[in-house]
Design a protein around this ligand. Structure first.
Ligand code: PLP
Length: 236
């Protein structure tokens, strides 16, 4: 009887969002110096989250042409808290002006797009889907990888390469990827005083890719890629 109750308890209930799992490793030993911590604490947060995709319409990004989130040789390619403090000021300012996120440019030339504060970015033009390369200054997101694979499965040519701001402004569609948002369409990009609007909604490739990935995640379509991991919990 008790086992049956546990089996039927799903957090959150099916169709009501997802269980977000976030592992975290922090140095926790007693030390004041600049040195590796003598002790580490490994924590895992598990929290139900609402459906990010349905919660709002597309993203409105502002291109930051002054500050950068990561530099070559730094920690930009690692999921480290050191990558968030450089973005906070720019993000707070953008949000107070009504934007949803900031899009950062490469620190070396300031000409190419990198990623937003916590998600990767793709642009679409015709049959070509392009995303900046993972050369150390952007996070190599797992959703970025999955979405690249799914887009190429349905016949798009996926290119990992430098993407200039000019190309971003001339794209037909732009979208972002990350575990929490899965895939989210970018509705507008603002660069200086230019505001560009992109394709969103039913017609958009991002809508199709979102459905493809969530259908695999929820077991609605067969997972031919072995992306799903079965966790044996209370039945053992
Ligand atoms: C978490 C994160 C992403 C997305 O990574 P996923 O593995 O797809 O969740 C992209 N960029 C940054 C800076 C991030 O922190």
């Amino acid at each position: 009887m008790l086992m049956q109750i546990i089996f039927s308890l799903r957090v959150p209930p099916p169709g009501k969002g997802a269980l977000y799992i976030r592992p975290l490793l922090i140095g926790s030993g007693a030390i004041l110096g600049v040195a590796p911590a003598p002790e580490y604490t490994f924590l895992i947060y598990a929290s139900p989250v609402g459906d990010y995709h349905k919660a709002s319409s597309g993203l409105n990004l502002r291109v930051d042409h002054k500050s950068h989130r990561a530099h070559s040789g730094g920690t930009g390619g690692v999921k480290s808290c050191t990558n968030y403090s450089p973005v906070v000021k720019s993000l707070v300012e953008a949000k107070s002006s009504g934007f949803s996120d900031v899009l950062f440019l490469d620190a070396a030339t300031g000409r190419n797009i990198e990623e937003a504060s916590a998600c990767n970015i793709f642009i679409v033009k015709g049959n070509i889907v392009s995303t900046p390369p993972t050369s150390g200054t952007i996070l190599p997101g797992i959703t970025r990888k999955s979405i690249s694979e799914l887009a190429s499965d349905i016949g798009y040519q996926v290119q990992e390469r430098d993407v200039s701001v000019e190309e971003l402004l001339e794209a037909e569609e732009v979208f972002c990827t990350g575990t929490a948002m899965v895939v989210k369409a970018v509705e507008t990009v603002t660069f200086h005083d230019k505001k560009i609007k992109y394709r969103t909604g039913e017609e958009a490739l991002s809508t199709k890719l979102h459905l493809m990935l969530t259908n695999i995640q929820m077991g609605i379509v067969e997972d031919k890629k072995s992306w799903m991991v079965e966790i044996n919990g209370c039945d053992e």
